[in-house]
Design a protein around this ligand. Structure first.
Ligand code: UD2
Length: 281
């Protein structure tokens, strides 16, 4: 028996398929660190900063160094078209950053959805035997508190702050049957945010490859899912359930009023002026 009980009465801490939903108070970090530290793992982390989104990098990286997987080997892979604007951020021991020159599109939707094919390629071409886990994170975000090994799992998704607690019918899934991201009204477990995807390399590779292929089918059929790759991600997770689900603590939004279940905000979307920052409306 553990000396202390780790449970929460106010929120569900497992999915119906018995994957943990990670909330503050339900895990013993010391014990988790003991497990993962001895495995000597490396966590690859992809960040895309195309066009004006390069301005978010400094806060993202500085706060990641303070809170994200501290004490573990982290290798950031930064995709950007603005090499000269990548900020100089002092990285901790065992942490490194590789910048990958990437062309930007004049459609923001394209910049967001193309991440799937780039993650797929990165895993195939650079990461095999170099990393154990990978996270893909939105750059227009900031870490505010600890995010560590409790988040690791084979396939990891995060609950979108704005749709947590909403009924299934209210989820903004793609509802047009013509799209490969289509989810009928009577299906769906949760609404996951596209801003956080994680897991073991092979699992995330399969996810990225499948979503990339589905995005291509949609493109050939001249349809773009309502929330681009996020819609395809939600379809993927419906049939390939995440083995670990991160609560909205790991995908909050600075604009959102904090409900009582939010004991801590770990990672949050920062305020941005879409009209000013995006290449197109
Ligand atoms: C939501 C998702 C986002 C993505 C998008 C669907 C959350 C909280 N956010 O956010 O992950 O699934 O819907 O399209 O789950 N980017 C650039 N340059 C651009 C445009 C985008 O670098 O011109 C990158 C950047 O890393 C950014 C990400 O793509 O963080 C997602 O774009 P967004 O934040 O503008 O998308 P948003 O806010 O609609």
């Amino acid at each position: 028996m553990p000396a202390q009980s780790f449970s929460r009465a106010d929120v569900a801490t497992t999915t119906p398929w018995l994957a943990p939903i990670v909330w503050d108070g339900i895990f013993d970090l010391e014990m988790i660190d003991k497990i993962y530290k001895q495995q000597n793992i490396t966590v690859a982390t992809t960040v895309f900063a195309l066009g004006k989104y390069v301005r978010f990098l400094k806060d993202f990286l500085e706060s990641a160094e303070q809170y994200f997987m501290v004490g573990y080997r982290v290798h950031y892979y930064l995709f950007t078209d603005h090499l000269d604007e990548v900020p100089v951020v002092t990285l901790g021991e065992g942490r490194q950053l590789t910048v990958i020159k990437t062309a930007s599109s004049n459609r923001w939707q394209e910049n967001s959805l193309r991440r799937m094919e780039m993650i797929e390629k990165l895993i195939e071409e650079k990461l095999m035997n170099k990393a154990d886990y990978i996270f893909s994170l939105d750059v227009d975000s900031k870490f505010y508190a600890h995010w560590g090994a409790e988040s690791l799992g084979d396939l990891v998704g995060a609950l979108h702050a704005w749709f947590f607690g909403t009924s299934r019918k209210g989820f903004p899934y793609e509802r047009r049957p013509e799209s490969r991201a289509f989810i009928p009204l009577e299906e769906g477990d949760y609404y996951y945010g596209g801003a956080v995807i994680g897991g073991r390399l092979d699992k995330v590779h399969k996810l990225a490859k499948t979503c990339r292929m589905q995005l291509e089918v949609d493109r050939a059929n001249q349809i773009e899912a309502v929330w681009q790759e996020e819609s395809h991600l939600n379809k993927y997770f419906l049939y390939n359930k995440p083995t670990k689900v991160l609560s909205p603590e790991y995908l909050w939004d600075d604009k959102k009023w904090k409900s009582s279940y939010m004991k801590v905000v770990r990672f949050s979307q920062v305020l941005k002026n879409n009209a000013e920052i995006r290449p197109n409306p």
